[in-house]
Structures are given as C-alpha cells and as structure tokens.
Unconditional design. Sequence first.
Lengths: 318, 318
Amino acid sequence: MKEVTVGIDIGGTNSVLGIVEKNGNILAENKILTTDYPVINDFVLALHRCIQETVSGIENISIKAIGIGAPNGNYYNGTIEYAPNLAWKGIVPLCEMFKEYYKEPVVLTNDANAAAMGEMIYGGARGMNNFIMITLGTGLGSGIVVNGEVLYGSTGFAGEIGHTIVDPNGRDCGCGRKGCLENYASATGICRTFLELLGIRRDKSDLRTIGFEDLTSIMITREAEKGDKVALEAFDITAKWLSLALVNSVAFSSPEAFFLFGGLANAGEYIFKPVQKYFDQNVQRIFKDTVKILPSEIKESNAAVLGASALAWNELAN
Amino acid sequence: MKEVTVGIDIGGTNSVLGIVEKNGNILAENKILTTDYPVINDFVLALHRCIQETVSGIENISIKAIGIGAPNGNYYNGTIEYAPNLAWKGIVPLCEMFKEYYKEPVVLTNDANAAAMGEMIYGGARGMNNFIMITLGTGLGSGIVVNGEVLYGSTGFAGEIGHTIVDPNGRDCGCGRKGCLENYASATGICRTFLELLGIRRDKSDLRTIGFEDLTSIMITREAEKGDKVALEAFDITAKWLSLALVNSVAFSSPEAFFLFGGLANAGEYIFKPVQKYFDQNVQRIFKDTVKILPSEIKESNAAVLGASALAWNELAN
C-alpha cells in the first residue's frame, strides 16, 4: 500500500489537485474550474468527486491526509476568509466541509505558506529551521518559517511581508492603504516602476508603445536582456525595495535563507544580482554573511500542489 | 528549601543581581560596578562573590539556575558579542565562564528579550503565546515571542525591530546605517524630532534655551503637559513612526499584544493615545481589533533583574 496525501491548490480560475507520495513524486494530477461553482457546496462536492476519480485510476494507494492552499486561507480555523478573487463571500469553513467526505486530517493555509512548506519538505529548504519564502507574482506573498514551523501568529494570518508599508506616502495598494511592499516588489510592481521611469527618462524603449494593461514583467525582462536602460533601471529599483524588505526581515526573525519564487524570480540574475548587492550594502553588521538569497528549487508547474501536499505531510508528522 | 533563580542584569555602568522566587518575589538584590572590571575574568569572579555574599544572608534557599541579560547577548552561544558600551571587546563566552563556578544552568540573552521573558512570566503577557515587547530607552529594543518562545532566529540575534530601516534616506544610526526606527521612536528619537521641529516652527517653547546634549524625553513630556505645541507635535511624529513599525510587525508575526516599556512609555497618554490612533488608521483590515497596545506591567526598577530571572525559570521549564 503506497501512502499518499492529496495536495489541492485553489485558484481564482482553476483548482488543481495532485496525489503525492512522501518523496514528492506526483502520481496523478487533475483539475476543475473554480469558476464553474459559485456555490461552495457544489465546489466541495465536485472536488471530492474529482479526487475519487483520480484516485480510482491508481492501484494500491491509501490517502493519509489532505492539504489545501487557498488565497486568504487560515490554518487555525480551516477557513477561507474574505478572498477577493473567489466567488464565495465571507468566511468559508472549507476544512469542516471536506471532513464530511473524509475522516483523514484536512488542513488549509494560504498559497505562500504552502509554498514555504513545499520548499521545506521537497525543495532547497530541507534541513533548515529558519527561512523565508517570498513569492513574486501579481502580488508579493511570504511564508515565514521559525524553529521548523510556519509562523501563523495569534490570528493565523502572520507572514504578510507584502503588506508591510515601505513608503507611507507611496503607491495605492489593493488592500486600501498606501505604500505596501507588493506595489514595488512584484511582477505588477516592476511594471508600475517601469511606467514611472518612462515618464522620467527620455531613453528609447521598445515598450514605449505598450499600454499599462498589456505590460508584463516578462516583457521587461526581455528588454533588459537587450540592454534597454529603462528596463535595467526598473530592475535596479525593484531590487532596492525588495532588498530593504529582506534586510528588515532579517532584523525581525534572522532566517538562514530567503527563497525567491514566481514570475519575477524567473528573471534570474536581473533580479538576484542587484538584490544581493543592495542586501550586502544594507544588512546590519551582526547579520553579515549569515543569510543566503536563493532561487526556489521547486518547479513552478508543480509548486502549488507540492506545497499543499507538504502541508498535509507536515500535519501527519506533528 | 526555597527554590530561587539568580537574575543578573549587566549594564554599561552597574551590574545588578537579584535572588528571585518563582512567583517573582525578590528576596535580595545587590550590585557591582561594571566599570571597575575592565578584565572579564575579574568581573566574573567579582559577580560570583557578590552572588555568594547575597545568598549567604538568606536562609534555606537553593539556586536552581542563573539568567543573565546583557547588551548584545546571544542566547545560543551564551556570549556577549561586540557590545559597544562594555569594556570587554570581541566575543565574551560569559556562560562558559560562569559554569566554572556553578553546576546549575546558566543562560544569557539581550536586555529586550529578557524584558519579554519578564513580561511573559511575571507581567501582563502571562498566558499569551504571541506578543512583542518594545523597550523605549536610549534606543529601541524588542523581544518577539512566537508560540510561547522568544524568537532567536538562526543566529540568536533575531528581534531587532529598532534596527528595521523606516527611512532609507533618513537619520544617521549608531549601527552605521541610515533611517533605523530607533532614531525616531525612542527617548533619543523624540529629542532629535523636537530639535528638528524647533528649526521648522516659530512657536515659543521653554526648551528653546536647552542644548541638544542636555535635552531629555522627560523634559519634552513635562512641556507637553504644559500644552507646548512643539512638544505635542514631537510626540505625534514619534507615535506615527512607532505605529508604522507596529503595523508592519503585525503583518510579520501577528502578535496579540505589544507591551511598551521604558522612559518614553512612561509618558503615558502622550505616547499611547497617538500610537493607538495611527495604529488603528493604518493596520491591515484582516488584523483589525486583533492586537492590543499596552503598557508593561513590570515595575521599571525591578524589570531587568526579573527579566533575567524569568529567562532562568523558563530554561528550567523546557
């Protein structure tokens, strides 16, 4: 009998699930369209059926636990709370609903915490007790691991480095406040910086004809590769903001490493090199050479499912 | 036989020790002059003799452990590392040196972590698993408690909120960098702000004749009580900076409370009222009404010894 966990990643568009062995081997994957189920009970039933269908195709396995990564997921309560990009409003008691179908443990957290779990169990953070996962997508997510455990705090919502305020008079944030880090250091953040720079500088750029809605961080990376000065400066400024957040996070929890993951992290040296440079310049002396800044070792295509599955394995270990 | 711990607070001028029962009752206190012992071995011997002398005056007690609070104290290594205000240079293996005289556990941490321990074991944080201690003295110290344990991180030096950078182009900091929080939110910080405001505003103030070296946060509090507009604005600006750090700390570790301690916290409503106002304005929605901002419940005169003693009791409990 092979022991497996089910890792589920709930996204605004798709919800993906994987049947995962303890070594991270994904035996099967499947998905449903999140948007097909505006009523939460229908969604849970559809996901349950999808799990059953997927499992029935594999011989000799035994599900030990289910892990779920979801936006605004609360580990303590097993709930999704006021997720702006999902159809279900208010507080959704997702774990409780799942437990009607499964007697095994069902656990839930947000995407970035799940990513941190994935890194800790299957990735570059194996053996580390103190590290921070930074996901650089549309926003900036973070999962903080302290003494080998994800930091949830008193509410279950700890680890929101993307919503630390770096400029109180700065850019409007989706959270209703101003100057949160994710408006500077994220795929969206670098696009906003790039546009600002086009207004400031007179340099030519192939992207001067692209509207803001169509601009992506990948386009800016391609331009940087061509030597576009504005694109290179946009990376430099983005790196400066990100390194400030890393330096301040070190003062807070003194991790042994940061792992960068997601769209913007894929820009490789264009982001890692200046981040490391500014980090070294600005980190407090007592922490010098105590922290690594590393790319995630988890493949992006598997990360969400592996993270959720790792959450489930971790629950079984505790 | 009464069980006691010895709590030792090493300061730049005095080193104070107390013989403390588990309920926080201090049976006796004593002190030596730190500055009398430029050689560390002499200091340890003198402190040992002082402990013996103090203990000999009390009947029927048994020392179970020794806790030490010291600037730049490292819990993991039991060392004082590069403390700028102490005569002993480099890395001092203080716990090891003490263990030549005592077979009981000897533990050491920095002052702010010891204060957090004191609050957790004897003060307002009893029963709390997630809180942050902020000491507002010459600088800003912090002790972060997560899941009932002080956060030490991978190096033992975590919890340096006073050295998070809040303005990268800001005021010179003693650490060699610019814009660290403690240059704004501390007894020294409010003096710097007050002086800046005297330059900006034309209002009369009784403190216009006082030189910077002679100015204290207590003078500014006294002026605020008299309705001095510059003093009141200095408190307002200080509170704004401090509340920004609290808001960002909530995003990081989601504590259930902050405890403010030390000189500036003694200004009472002049600091607590605007801090609470700006905190409520700026905290992220998901954390609204989840965090209290409270004065420390430990008397300032006992805090250092009680904190160090609490560290010792905590070690015995683990």
